[in-house]
Design a protein around this ligand. Structure first.
Ligand code: X8Z
Ligand code: ZN
Length: 666
């Protein structure tokens, strides 16, 4: 997905072993069933062989995983679990085999390849075949449970079940306090049954990580950044400290608006925190859906992208309805078919819009197979994992996205995000398979988001998604707020998920405290809280996709910082002069060339080098975030000048002491 299914969590298809047919010359199998390599194999030959085998096995793995995510049922689950079992067994064998070269002098390329092999999965599996198989069954089951999650109410005729999309719609569009609470609570029931599985899952991946030489699975996750795990953890603290004051201002402003909308009794919870069910998003990770409440200057500038997308959807529906009725097709069938065809047309138009941006930079159009094999809309006849993902199926051009697209701004920007993954995949397909990955995982997540930053109001107007733009201070603040509600609101969320998992893996968070620790971290970093305590009968972490899917999350935090650095460099490359927040490099071949050069490097060199080639610097740094949002931060300080900003949580881990806001300068 980039959530790169192949190399992260996942799966494999086992060709059922016809062991009796093995030719005699095959080296004796080891306990894992994988033949031992020839004793004379050199490190360079070993890496070349792994590159070959990886190409084959990841194609099988991806196909199994694609099927189990787009047809959730017990058969696809079994096939995916088996495929994953074979993949992880193979990976463990490579890692074991690579130990022959420990201490040898190797070429930099071979040394890097061997290092990357050891970090190829986020799901380190124990060598014991029974435990390895148990792990893959649990992993596939949890992802299936999430994908099929549904909240049902009522009895008999009145029984009604709603999936994540429908429940999220309530949070996005209803301003009814109780309806939102019901949607929030309802979705969080789906993960209750995952608690036991997750507990066992954590034990098993820890066992796998320890066998590979790591202290625990969290340390393994933190090892993929060309620096020590401790340095990476310290980097995330440093970056968070840089942006925390900006987040605290946005939090303070949001609280004032929620108080005004719902009244102070309901608009906040004890300690000055934001009520979890009122943030327009199931996990409070982005707040763009609260635009109606948060918009600084209603009517200044027109940024209603949803309106334009719905108009496209409406026109598509009219056009499909007007098509002649097929022979034998009833009026009711014609209507259903028209609705499906129109939804697909609209979704593809949105993807074409995103593709157009990349093409404007000089990149290729996506291959025809992308349009044929991707999942654009939610099928009606089966459960699927709707969480958006991008797939490089075979390292040779079969790239796909899997989404359940609706005509909303949120989904439009997600498509731009996903295509970023695909353009990265296509650019590094020329590298050996081991290097077919991001410089680090935050880079993968930042590629499309960098393009999203260039979706300025003027760009949106130029492609017909919003009306003509006013040039005014009010319109500029509106545009900044629109971006901040997605980019800034996300930052503490991006951090807290792995703070929780790092704690689970290192044992400082025990199973009996899973939920408490989750909400303590949400209180500490995000300043959000549920309106009533959520005890240990719940397992709220499991209601966020990346936990059951075991996708590390620090990457998204890092990406929110990196994308501003990339954006600034591409603006410079395009020759843009002016305030950073107004830059769009749409159409700039110079920016595109610079970007493509960076993408094509993949994981072939330390990320610091790749970063230097693009930005001139070797460090992740949030100063471009602060430069971008400087006008909004100033404006927020003024708006909040009479407020007590900050919050305290009643939990043991408390955060920012509430302090009166210093009067804004000027
Ligand atoms: O999972 C995603 C992408 C796929 S890599 C849709 N994102 C994170 C999330 O939804 O939680 C993008 C932003 C954060
Ligand atoms: Zn992504």
């Amino acid at each position: 997905m980039t959530l790169r299914p192949a190399l992260l969590a996942l799966a494999i298809v086992g060709a059922l072993g016809l062991a009796a047919c093995k030719p005699d010359a095959t080296p004796a199998p080891t306990t894992s069933g994988i033949p031992a390599p020839p004793a004379s194999e050199t490190a360079d030959q070993f890496v070349a062989r792994v590159n070959d085998e990886l190409r084959n096995i990841s194609a099988e793995l991806n196909s199994a995983q694609w099927l189990s995510s787009t047809y959730i049922n017990s058969d696809s689950e079994l096939v995916a679990a088996k495929a994953n079992e074979r993949w992880l067994t193979q990976l463990n064998a490579w890692i074991e085999q690579s130990r022959r070269f420990d201490g040898q002098k190797l070429s930099p390329e071979t040394a890097r390849s061997i290092k990357l092999i050891k970090l190829m999965t986020a799901m380190p599996a124990p060598k014991d075949p029974a435990k390895l198989a148990e792990l893959t069954r649990i992993a596939t089951r949890m992802e299936g449970m999430y994908g099929a999650g549904s909240y049902c109410t009522g009895e008999g005729e009145a029984r009604r079940c709603r999936d994540l999309g429908q429940l999220s719609d309530v949070l996005a569009t209803s301003r009814d306090y109780d309806a939102q609470l019901d949607a929030f609570n309802g979705w969080h029931t789906i993960s209750q049954p995952m608690r036991k599985d997750y507990t066992r899952f954590a034990q098993l991946v820890n066992e796998g990580a320890k066998e590979m030489g790591f202290a625990d699975a969290g340390e393994m996750w933190r090892s993929g950044y060309d620096m020590t795990p401790a340095e990476l953890a310290a980097e995330t603290d440093r970056l968070w400290d840089q942006v925390k004051p900006l987040y605290e201002q946005l939090h303070c402003y949001a609280r004032g608006k929620l108080d005004a909308k719902y009244g102070p009794d309901k608009g906040e919870v004890a300690g000055g925190m934001l009520p979890a069910h009122l943030m327009g998003n199931m996990w409070q990770q982005e707040w763009g859906n609260l635009w109606d409440i948060m918009q600084p200057y209603p009517g200044a500038g027109s940024l209603d992208v949803n309106f334009a997308l719905q108009a496209i959807a409406h026109a598509d529906l009219t056009s499909e309805r007007n098509k002649p009725v097929d022979t034998g097709e009833s009026a009711a069938q014609h209507e259903v078919n028209a609705e499906r065809a129109a939804a697909l047309d609209t979704a593809k138009k949105m993807a074409e819009r995103a593709q157009d941006f990349y093409v404007s930079l000089g990149m290729q159009k996506l291959p025809q197979s992308y349009w044929e094999k991707s999942q654009f809309i939610k099928p009606l006849d089966r459960d699927v994992v709707c969480h958006a993902s991008a797939w490089d199926m075979n390292m040779a051009g079969d790239v796909r996205t899997k989404m359940c697209i609706n005509p909303t701004e949120e989904d439009l920007t997600t498509i731009y995000h996903e295509l970023g993954h695909l353009y990265y995949d296509l650019a590094y397909n020329k590298q050996p398979p081991i290097f077919q990955n991001a410089a680090h995982d935050g880079f993968h997540e930042a590629i499309g988001d960098t393009i999203v930053l260039a979706m300025t109001p003027n760009y949106m107007h130029s492609v017909g998604l919003v009306g003509a733009q006013q040039q005014s201070h009010e319109a500029m603040i509106n545009a900044q707020m629109r971006m901040a509600l997605s980019k800034v609101a996300f930052l503490p969320f991006g951090l807290m998920i792995d703070r929780w998992r790092w704690g689970v893996f290192d044992g400082s968070i025990k199973p009996e405290n899973y939920n408490k620790a989750w909400w303590d971290l949400k209180a500490k970093y995000q300043g959000v809280a549920p309106i009533s305590p959520r005890g240990e009968t719940y397992f709220d972490p499991g209601a966020k996709y990346h936990v059951p899917a075991n996708t590390p999350y620090t990457r998204y935090f890092l990406a929110r910082i990196l994308q501003f650095q990339f954006y600034k460099s591409l603006c410079d490359a395009s020759g843009y002069k002016g305030p950073l927040y107004e830059c769009s490099f749409y159409g700039s071949k110079e920016a595109g060339e610079k970007y493509s050069a960076m993408l094509s490097k993949g994981a072939s060199q330390p990320w610091q080098q790749t970063m230097k080639e693009l930005t001139g610097g070797e460090k992740m740094d949030a100063s471009a975030v602060l430069e971008y949002f400087a006008p909004l931060q100033e404006w927020l300080k003024q708006q909040n000048s009479t407020q007590q900003c900050g919050w305290t949580s009643s939990a043991s881990s408390t955060h920012a002491n509430p302090q009166p806001n210093p009067p804004a300068a000027g």
